[in-house]
Design a protein around this ligand. Structure first.
Ligand SMILES: N=C(N)NCCCC(=O)O
Ligand SMILES: [Mn+2]
Ligand SMILES: [Mn+2]
Length: 318
């Protein structure tokens, strides 16, 4: 092992889970991304939501439930803290009274994070945040590939007279050339729709659309082999809306849709991203006020850990 010493969260074998400051995975906190390979960061907004609010409390609750996380991945034998310097760098200072100003603040914050070479793992907050994050990502990496896991395509144009909200981020991204559209896949789309051919716009851009009913009763391991082929070696952003999963697994979210993916399929999708050149990830739309048991936030914390475990340069014991 290299002589470098990495941040390692305290183990519950020696430090009680309930003690200490609730950073993500109980990792050290630091103000900036300087010196980090990867960082967890919160964006506590829900002013872009169109139904149930509450996602502004997502980062705090995900951090609270992340106390369950242990240092190694028992399933894949990934050893993130033996190969990456990781910390929690807090939250973007959002403007709860102005969504456009919040997008500006997010864009500026992520410009600084990405400039250090750090890979951001973002805790939302509603899905609006993917737009300003991808503006900053594309400034650094050029148009990127996208693995978008969601019940919704989030490609709306104007909703309630507004272009900015959680139903429109990926249309804004396409308009601004932030995505390499032939390297975009949307997985889990379902539900009632505003038009008879709900995903025509996505497909017209060249996205691959995998609707939830194409996933029912199936392992998604074969699909992810096709996704790795489609996305190739170029930079990729992973955006995971927790409502991609069925409300039975993820009830604490603002726009639930029935007949969704299982938790196992969610993990298969993320693990299937191993080998991709991931430059950023997010996990959005956890709404703690609708998450009576905290299990949606716990699920989110585990999925974020799985994302950490598929980043480039991760060490595996196998
Ligand atoms: N949850 C997200 N990100 N989008 C939901 C959009 C719901 C709608 O516009 O009908
Ligand atoms: Mn959604
Ligand atoms: Mn979404």
């Amino acid at each position: 092992m290299s002589g470098k010493s990495y941040n390692v969260p305290p183990s519950a074998e020696f430090v009680a889970r309930v003690s200490g400051i609730a950073t993500m995975a109980k990792l050290p906190f630091q103000e900036t991304a300087e010196g980090l390979d990867a960082a967890f960061i919160g964006v506590p907004i829900d002013t872009g939501t169109s139904n149930r609010p509450g996602a502004r409390f997502g980062p705090r609750q995900i951090r609270a439930e992340s106390a369950m996380l242990r240092p190694y991945n028992g399933g894949t034998r990934a050893a993130p803290y033996e190969s990456l310097m990781v910390a929690d760098i807090g939250d973007v200072n959002v403007n709860l009274y102005d969504l456009k100003d919040t997008c500006k603040r997010i864009r500026e914050a992520y410009r600084k994070i990405l400039k250090t070479g750090c890979i951001p793992l973002t805790m939302g907050g509603d899905h609006t945040i993917a737009y300003p994050i991808l503006q900053a990502v594309a400034e650094r990496h050029g148009p990127v590939g996208l693995v978008h896991v969601d019940a919704h395509s989030d490609t709306g144009d104007v909703i309630l007279g507004e272009k900015i909200g959680h139903g429109t981020p990926f249309r804004r991204c396409v308009e601004e050339g932030l995505l390499d559209c032939s390297r975009v896949v949307q997985i889990g789309l379902r539900g009632s729709s505003y038009s008879p051919d709900a995903y025509a716009w996505s497909r017209a851009q060249g996205f691959r659309v995998v609707q939830a009913d194409e996933c029912w009763h199936k392992s998604l391991v074969p699909l992810m082999a096709e996704v790795r082929e489609q996305l190739g070696a170029g930079p990729v952003y992973l955006s995971f809306d927790i409502d991609a999963l069925d409300p039975a697994f993820a009830p604490g979210t603002g726009t639930p849709e029935i007949a969704g993916l299982t938790t196992i399929q969610g993990v298969e999708i993320i693990r299937g991203c191993r080998g991709l050149n991931i430059v950023g990830c997010d996990l959005v739309e956890v709404s703690p006020p609708y998450d009576a048991t905290g299990n949606t936030a716990l699920l989110a914390a585990n999925l974020l850990f799985e994302m950490l475990c598929v980043l480039p340069k991760i060490k595996y014991y196998n």
